[in-house]
Write a new protein. Structure first.
Length: 132
């Protein structure tokens, strides 16, 4: 199964792999979305972006029964970010989700730091907030 797995950035012709997670119409930079693809099906994704000299991981998604792709997806993400000149990464995880808890364990094994204070993510459309 893993032999046919391709890990890469989203291509211009690819559809955003997490439509149920974000509102439609958000403009995502496909150069900052990594996907693990097997037989034209997205098995996992990392949505990230540059921020203040680091790469911030915004979302990690792994389809059920594809947990084995997480390490390969994360390593490709790290290599690509290093090639782009970045020296650090940071992310938020929901430890209630097994794949995200697994990513936290991988990051700690890779000498990452776990900030254990509870946090909640928020966001919205600028046009809606500006009307407020």
């Amino acid at each position: 199964m893993i032999a046919t797995m391709e890990v890469r950035n989203l291509r211009a012709t690819d559809r955003f792999p997490l439509p149920e997670t974000f509102p439609h119409g958000w403009n995502f930079d496909k150069d900052w979305i990594w996907v693990a693809v097997e037989d034209d099906t997205v098995a996992g994704a990392i949505l990230a972006g540059p921020m203040h000299g680091i790469v911030l991981i915004q979302v990690v998604y792994i389809r059920p029964k594809f947990g084995f792709v997480l390490l390969r997806l994360f390593r490709t993400f790290l290599r690509d970010c290093a090639r782009r000149g970045f020296h650090a990464y940071m992310g938020y995880v929901n430890i209630a989700k097994p794949e995200q808890k697994k990513l936290l364990r991988i990051a700690v094994r890779a000498k990452g730091i776990a900030f254990t204070d509870p946090m909640l993510c928020f966001g919205g459309a600028l046009k809606d907030a500006l009307r407020w």
